[in-house]
Design a binder for this molecule. Structure first.
Ligand code: ASP
Length: 441
C-alpha cells in the first residue's frame, strides 16, 4: 500500500464511498446507518484538520515573516498577492457571466419544475437559515470587514476558526515585531515557532494517513443525504454551466503556472491533487488549508515566506470558484423567474461578487449565503429570494464540492506566481510522516 501514491489512495476511498453510499440509499435503514456509524469518521477527520489550522497559521506565518529579514519584502508579497487575487477573481466572475449568458440554462426550465423545486425547498431549513445569515451579514457597513479583521483579544481570535483573518492580522503584527527587535534577541522566539511549525506539519502528515478512510465516510454521507435524483436532473444544464466554468478556471490556472513559473501545469496539478480531493470531499477551503499549505511548500517548492501568507489569506478572501458560481447562479435564477437583468445590472454583480468572495466564509455552503447579497444588489424582489434559492438548492452541495476545489487551486496558483515573482520558488522537498521514526525507536 505504501507504494501507491496518496492521491490514488484518496481517490479509491472516494469511489468506494460513492458506491457504498449509493448502495445504502437502496437499503432500508441505510441512511441512518451511514449517519450513525460512517459519518462520524469523516467529521472527526475534518475536525482534526481544523484543529491544527490556527497553530499552523501562527507558526508558519511567524516563521515566514521572521525569515524575511526585510519588511519591504513583505510589503511586496502583500501587494502582489492582493492584486493577483483580485484579478483571478474578476476573471472567474466575468467567465461565469459570459457562460450563463451564452448558454442560458434558466430559459428552458419548465413552470412545472420551478413549482416542484419551490415546493420542495422553499421552507427547507437549509434555505431559510441561509437567508437569515445573509440578512445578518447585510446589516453591516462597508468598512465593517476591516473592523472585523482587527481582534481585541488574541486568545479569543485564536479560539474561533471563523476568525482566521484576525489571527492572520495578529500573527503578522507579531512577526514584524519579532523582526524589529533584531536577530539576537528574536532567536528564542523564532526557534520556538520554527519547531512548532515542524511539529504541526508532522501532524498534517499523520492526519493524512487516515484521509482515504475519511473521504470514504464523507462521500458516503453526501450520497445518502442527496436530494431527489429527478430534481438533480432538472438542474443539469445549470450545474453543467457552473462545472464548465470551473473546468475552464483550472485550465486558466494551468496556463498561468506554465507562463509565469515555467513549470509543467500537469505536474502542478498532480502535486496539488491530494489537497484538491480533500477540498472536494470536505467542501471547505478552511479545513483543507493545512494540506494545501503542506503541498504547496513541500511538494511544489514555494518558500514559506510566501506560502505562509498567501495561502491562509487566500483561503479566507480568494474564492474564484465561489465567485464564478455566484455570477452563474444569480443570472440563472433571474432567467428562470423571468426577472429582467440587463448587462448594466450584471456589471453590479461583478462588483458585489468580488466583495462577496472576500466576505464568504471558507466553509460548506457559505457561497449560497453571499449569493443572497449578490441578488439583492441587483434589486431582486425580496419576496422571491427564497424561491430563487430553492431553485438551486438541490445541486448546491455537489457544486460546492467542485467550487471548493477551484478555490484552493486558485490560492495555490497565486502562491506559485507570487513566489516566482519575488524569487522564492525553490525545489520541492517532500517529507514523510516516518522520516524520524528510527530516532524514536
Ligand atoms: N465551500 C466553499 C469553500 O470553503 C465556499 C462556498 O463556495 O460555499 O471554499
Amino acid at each position: 500500500m505504501r507504494k501507491l501514491e496518496l492521491h490514488w489512495k484518496i481517490l479509491i476511498g472516494m469511489v468506494l464511498g460513492l458506491v457504498f453510499g449509493y448502495i445504502m440509499t437502496g437499503v432500508a435503514g441505510g441512511e441512518t446507518f451511514v449517519s450513525n456509524w460512517i459519518k462520524p469518521l469523516g467529521t472527526i477527520f475534518v475536525k482534526l484538520l481544523k484543529l491544527i489550522a490556527i497553530p499552523l497559521i501562527l507558526a508558519s506565518l511567524v516563521k515566514g515573516i521572521s525569515d524575511l529579514k526585510d519588511i519591504s519584502k513583505f510589503r511586496n508579497i502583500g501587494v502582489r498577492t492582493i492584486a493577483i487575487y483580485m484579478c483571478t477573481t474578476l476573471v472567474a466572475i466575468i467567465l461565469g457571466l459570459l457562460l450563463v449568458n451564452i448558454i442560458q440554462p434558466g430559459d428552458g426550465i419548465s413552470e412545472e419544475t420551478i413549482t416542484k423545486l419551490t415546493d420542495t425547498y422553499v421552507n427547507d431549513s437549509g434555505v431559510t437559515s441561509k437567508l437569515k445569515t445573509a440578512s445578518m451579514q447585510k446589516s453591516k457597513g462597508p468598512l465593517q470587514f476591516l473592523e472585523d479583521m482587527v481582534p481585541d483579544n488574541a486568545i479569543a481570535a485564536m479560539s474561533n476558526n471563523r476568525l482566521m483573518l484576525q489571527v492572520i492580522f495578529f500573527t503578522i503584527f507579531l512577526g514584524i515585531s519579532i523582526l524589529l527587535i533584531g536577530e539576537k534577541r528574536a532567536k528564542p522566539l523564532k526557534d520556538f515557532f520554527d519547531s512548532l511549525n515542524d511539529v504541526v506539519l508532522k501532524m498534517v502528515d499523520l492526519i493524512m494517513l487516515t484521509a482515504p478512510f475519511a473521504v470514504f465516510a464523507l462521500l458516503a454521507n453526501v450520497v445518502v443525504s442527496a436530494g431527489d435524483p429527478e430534481l438533480l436532473v432538472a438542474l443539469l444544464k445549470y450545474a453543467g454551466v457552473v462545472v464548465l466554468g470551473l473546468l475552464i478556471m483550472i485550465v486558466f490556472y494551468g496556463i498561468l503556472v506554465a507562463v509565469f513559473t515555467k513549470k509543467n501545469p500537469f505536474w502542478f496539478l498532480k502535486q496539488m491533487s491530494p489537497a484538491q480531493l480533500l477540498a472536494f470531499s470536505t467542501s471547505s477551503s478552511a479545513a483543507t488549508l493545512p494540506v494545501t499549505m503542506e503541498r504547496v511548500e513541500e511538494h511544489i517548492g514555494v518558500d514559506k515566506e510566501v506560502s505562509s501568507f498567501v495561502l491562509p489569506v487566500g483561503a479566507t478572501i480568494n474564492m474564484d470558484g465561489t465567485s464564478l458560481y455566484q455570477g452563474v447562479a444569480a443570472v440563472f435564477i433571474a432567467q428562470a423567474l423571468a426577472f429582467d437583468l440587463p448587462l448594466s445590472e450584471q456589471l453590479v454583480i461583478v462588483l458585489t461578487a468580488l466583495l462577496a468572495s472576500i466576505g464568504t466564509a471558507a466553509v460548506p455552503g457559505a457561497g449560497m449565503v453571499m449569493l443572497v447579497i449578490v441578488l439583492e444588489s441587483v434589486n431582486f424582489p425580496p419576496e422571491k429570494l427564497a424561491i430563487g434559492l430553492a431553485l438551486i438548492f438541490a445541486v448546491d452541495r455537489p457544486l460546492d464540492m467542485f467550487r471548493t476545489v477551484v478555490n484552493i487551486t486558485g490560492d495555490a496558483t497565486v502562491a506559485a506566481l507570487v513566489a516566482k515573482s519575488v524569487g522564492k520558488f525553490g525545489k520541492p522537498k517532500p517529507k514523510h510522516w516516518d522520516d524520524h521514526l528510527d530516532e524514536v525507536k
